[in-house]
Design a protein around this ligand. Structure first.
Ligand SMILES: C[S@@+](CC[C@H](N)C(=O)[O-])C[C@H]1O[C@@H](n2cnc3c(N)ncnc32)[C@H](O)[C@@H]1O
Length: 260
């Protein structure tokens, strides 16, 4: 992972992608000046904005992508900082008050183990807010999944890695938290169904860009566009329905993580 991430492509739909971020953090309570970590922080704009909203004493953005972090340095300030790291193995020995992860957990597998590691990095009473896309059954993902199987010999990350909402509720409850898990359908009105390709270029298709030559990637995009438009039709405007899972968990006072 990956300089195939392109902040400009990702931000073409910044407004649509931002709504779930603020929904994800809506339950967070900022007591005192919390220490916060944003895992898979992307270009850092929302990391800095969240730190300000929570009155954080510090907020650390962690991301694997050098190109995203190059952009993120512009949002570094007295309380906001960024490091390169892997959210799959991330842990904090000293403990933090709040962990957030927006649209990033789906890129790694074994969510029960990753969530357990994150909860162990929370101080007593600490809070976790996570948003993952759960749109693996939409044609935009089904087609990228088909092509991933055919060309890369791999499964679609979202389809394979993301669990059912009730599984997340059970996993987080078993980790000693009070939990709120919601499955929400977002409606994104795109100018046309062709725009779906632009949307997916900013996220799920980055894996092809990482692995294919420029020429093969262009051919892949043409094939993706053709197959997708055959499924969804050429429509203008196009209502893109997008399911997302929003999780909020708070360590119960008697729950002891690594820092209890
Ligand atoms: C869809 S973007 C979301 C960015 C940001 N959270 C936001 O809401 O704008 C996903 C981000 O996760 C990062 N990412 C993917 N896998 C990762 C990993 N294993 N470790 C750290 N970051 C990862 C990508 O580099 C990318 O910046």
């Amino acid at each position: 992972m990956s300089d195939a991430w392109n902040p400009d492509q990702y931000n073409r739909f910044a407004a649509e992608r931002e709504r779930p971020f603020w929904d994800m953090v809506a339950h967070l309570e900022a007591n005192g000046a919390p220490t916060v970590v944003d895992l898979g922080c992307g270009d850092g704009r929302l990391t800095q904005a969240l730190g300000r909203r929570l009155g954080a004493s510090s907020i650390l953005g962690v991301d694997a992508s050098a190109s995203m972090l190059e952009r993120a340095v512009h949002y570094a300030d007295a309380t906001t900082s960024f490091i390169q790291g892997d959210l799959a193995t991330w842990r904090d020995e000293e403990g933090v008050d709040i962990i957030v992860a927006n649209a990033s957990l789906q890129w790694v597998d074994d969510h029960p183990a990753v969530l357990a590691r994150w909860m162990e990095s929370l101080r007593p009473g600490g809070q976790l807010a996570v948003q993952v896309p759960a749109n693996g059954d939409h044609p935009s993902h089904l087609v990228s999944g088909e092509l991933a199987a055919e060309i890369l010999g791999e499964d679609d990350h979202v389809a394979v890695n993301v669990l059912a909402p009730e599984d997340y509720a059970e996993i987080l409850a078993a980790l000693g938290t009070s939990v709120d898990v919601t499955l929400r359908v977002y409606l994104h009105e795109l100018a046309s169904s062709e725009e779906l390709v632009e949307w997916m270029k900013g996220t799920a298709l980055t894996r092809f860009r990482e692995r294919l030559s420029a020429e093969d990637y262009d051919a892949l995009l043409a094939e993706y566009r053709a197959r997708l438009l055959e499924r969804v039709g050429r429509r203008s405007p196009y209502l893109f329905t997008f399911k997302r899972i929003l999780m909020y968990a708070r360590l119960k006072p008697d729950a002891r993580g690594a820092h209890g």
